[in-house]
Ligand binder design. Sequence first.
Ligand code: ATP
Ligand code: MG
Length: 561
Amino acid sequence: MKEIGMEEKKHSLDFVRQMVADDCASGKYSGRVVTRFPPEPNGYLHIGHAKSICLNFGIAQEFGGVCHLRFDDTNPTKEDQEYIDSIIEDVRWLGFDWKDKLFYASDYFEQLYAYAVQMIKAGKAYVCDLTAEEIRSHRGTLTEAGKESPSRHRSMEENLSMFEKMRQGEYKDGEKVLRAKGDMASPNVNMRDPVMYRILHAEHHRTGNKWCIYPMYDWAHGQSDSIEKITHSICTLEFENHRPLYDWFVEQLGIYHPQQIEFARLNLTHTVMSKRKLLQLVEEKIVDGWDDPRMPTISGLRRRGYTPESLRDFAHRIGVAKVDNVIEVELLEHCLREDLNKRALRVMAVINPLKVIIDNYPDGAGESLEAVNNPEDEKAGVRSVPFSKEIYIERDDFMENPPKDFFRLAPGREVRLRYAYFLKCERVVKDPQTGEIVELHCTYDPASRGGNSPDGRKVKSTIHWVSALHAIEREVRVFEHLFEELDPLKDAAASQDFIKRVNPKSLTILKGCKMEPSVAEAKPGVPYQFERLGYFSLDPRLAKQGQNIFNRAVSLKSSKK
Ligand code: ATP
Ligand code: MG
């Protein structure tokens, strides 16, 4: 992974920033820069949204402008206050501030209605009797023109009165829609009399039962941008074909005209990002909620131990392009390691313990040894770690019959205990029934205190350990990718039953892990490096419920070959 130097960063603007810079230079919006992040509150935000947030809020910051947070709440059947609250929390946590510019598309329902009336009066919109199915079949294809609706030639007066009746609730769901009078022969299907309003007798989380007609995305979005005097309306590539409609609506109405700009959405390996799919994982209880640490949601990443800095760094490194691509999740992990390496305190913890008895060590309370808190940060200082006759080491660090390339502990072999002593394995004790190794008997070299060789003799490895007498015990959760495949939705069939292919090893729960006593002071949100094992922090949600459980955010090295 190549680092981009500061100089390069300053001079190479991505194409969106270049457009904004050009508009500022030409005075197109009198130098104003107003962007917006417009989530629909129908799910939690994910890492793809983080890219969009960093882009929109980032541009506003860099160009001395502002970024609005606008809830695109036009579909009451799918939306919820819980989602609004989570989105607000996530954007704040990422480190962005919308000041007093918090808006809801539902605040504009009255204005949007008035604009629709204006469209009808101008002969540019009509109430249509066709069913959803008929509208689809009339729409034509990419190569074939559509067919006009029989309702298209209704008089303006009749349209006005029927639209009013739609609003008054005189029709059932689906009985009528308001459509724009576009061009049924347009090569752009979006221009073929798109639906502007549909009837939905559903309670809205903000407007209650005031409305039973709701604006469609294409109608609500551009007009909301216009009302807020957005300068650059940045969205993902799939809306490129909607831009002519976006432009057409504001031109027909003769209102302020923002510029829509499209960029490539973020796709990430080994996960799914569509809110519908994420919702399915939550509803079918495949994961422990939207904030499950395996989810690509911002709240899931936060719970897992990701930092806002690492996500912003990730967004910066992937950049902004005009062509769809897939980013390897390993880059995201790399950004987290880089960040945590600088600030995480190092401690020793044994997640798969094997008891070691040091036969020649004196019985009793043991001693204190000095350990470095963070070799990357001198100011972090040192701490003392207790040592005693019985310790735990990682089961993986011992092999009874080691292959050639295994350099850690084995019968008759010596290793270094980090910050402590040289340790030699003398004897293996097994369970007579199962043959499982239950403990090791070892000797230590008192002259090697601090882990220094007393006579120049070398050991081939250094392992971590925890004093059995002083250890605290905690549960640890270790995660793997939610899906083993690079793209769990690679085709329609895979997409259908993606749930079946969730990685059964994506969550491993390790109980009875042994940790040095300093870990007892851990707080949620404070990262530790468990030496040789990775970066861990307390699960914030479980901590609120009084459970001290550590999540591994990321291992120390990429598992990718
Ligand atoms: P859905 O899954 O319902 O289609 P969505 O992902 O489009 O939802 P929105 O709430 O409409 O969700 O998205 C808010 C903003 O985030 C939009 O401007 C959208 O373009 C952007 N966005 C969504 N997904 C991504 C992504 N993967 N990469 C970059 N931006 C994204
Ligand atoms: Mg959307």
